[in-house]
Design a protein around this ligand. Sequence first.
Ligand code: MTE
Ligand code: MO
Length: 549
Amino acid sequence: MRRNVWAALTGVVAAATVLASAELVAVFISAEASPLFSVGSLMIDLAPPGVKDVMISLFGTGDKAALLTLLGIIVVAGACIAGLLEYHRPPWGIVVLVVFSAIAVVAVTTRDGASGFSAIPTVVGMLVGVFVLRALQQRLKRWDSREAGIRKRAEAAAAVIASGVSTPVAANVGPATSAPSTPAPTVRTGPASYERRQFLTFVIVAAAASAVVGAGARLMNATAAAVTSARNALVLPAPSTAAPVIPSGAELGISGISPVITPAGDFYRIDTALQVPQLNPDSWKLRIYGMVENEVEISFADLLALPLVEDTITLTCVSNEVGGDLIGNATWLGYPIRDLLTRAKPTAGADMVLSKSSDGFTAGSPLEVLQDTDRQSLLAVGMNGAPLPVEHGFPVRMVVPGLYGYVSATKWVVEMKVTTFAQDMGYWTPRGWTALGPIKTSSRIDTPKNNAGLAAGTIPIAGVAWAQHTGIAKVEVQVDNGPWVEATLADAISADTWRQWVLPWQATSGNHVIAVRATDTSGYTQTSDEAPPAPSGSTGLHTIQLTVQ
Ligand SMILES: Nc1nc2c(c(=O)[nH]1)N[C@H]1C(S)=C(S)[C@@H](COP(=O)(O)O)O[C@H]1N2
Ligand SMILES: [Mo]
């Protein structure tokens, strides 16, 4: 049993040296060729549609720690198995180590923007790991055989002493002879403890070296890739067309309601990126190609030199549950995508633009939406008066009013392919989400909170409602399945943004159920039919329960 623990430990230490040496070599090859993160990204991409909802809630919302923890557990379990197999059935432990490394090689080399060189760190790591595993196992086995030898001799000596005859064998054993009835594991000196020391020293040195080298190299790789300094140094030009003025009546000033402009730090984040892509604006380029008469390539400097416009647009995620928080409103600075498309001149028959990020995410947007002169689809560089935060797409992303993010809002965008829906699909479409993703009209109660306990009296029921690019016409509130009562709407910024609403309510003691529904300017009123987010966005009415004292 104790032997198996040591054997498993050799696997874990070997795995640690694989990761640490790969990380170290990645410092010289490519900061992004780190195997662990690449395997994590591959797991995200390969996750079957069945787990996609779990995935969105687990990883999509920025909780990348969950995936890394899972990955860590898999690696440690695999490493224990490798150590045990190598101990009991060599060379199967080495085979396991090589197979794990091979998966990592596939992951690093199939990443977007990877080359054959990206395999080098993992391959070097694997060789170091095989060497360490073999060396540790040799030492463990030498320790074993010494102990077994001593035990045999001790047993032999004990037998001899018991029979009253002294032999030279017993004299060699040292302390064991003076305590012949004590079993071998308590032997504290002699060759076995030497071998044990050899083994344990190797374990400790290899583990400590892996921790120090691995952490140091990871830090170097992360800093080498970081673009925060480039972002901090960036001064964006003033817009040539300013955002619509936000009417003072757009903000109702009710405590607990979502502010009409969402600060960047509070803005929801959804993406498949395990490591936030770090794109240097100096080398950023956007290529527009495919079904176009003129291919267009534009640098970041070219983009900033164009007349930029500012517009306030509410972004929503298709994964937002009824009452959920995957929605935010910001003022974006950018260049109209339609003007870039005019330069590229799409050819007849094209109906989709497949935008692609530096890390391989794609979104398929209808060409006519991006060309619509009434709709401000932006190639955005700024958010709420500052450069885009790195996790929101620095240096450049797309923002399209009226479409869910997964079919339009490509962050870290580097390519736009003019194509057809018949020929191409965005990232989420083969994973069970619809190809077209217009945002569904919806509304949310921000205050009071669900299950709140309140004192009787007049309290505001308030929240936000949205129907991007159509506009909100009416919000109604229903208390305890009574009649629908119209709420007061805050002033609109534009049809592309959400609107706050409020209804003062005379709270009487008891339990209450409160629901909200919005009607948009097309005359559509939210359905009470409940649908989950997949495949085209949730429906149903946000409903809360309250207890009034
Ligand atoms: N590169 C990239 N862009 C992306 C995504 C992604 O996974 N990768 N997710 C999209 C989705 S599903 C949404 S809802 C929005 C969210 O944008 P935000 O994180 O800035 O709120 O980004 C979109 N753009
Ligand atoms: Mo999304």
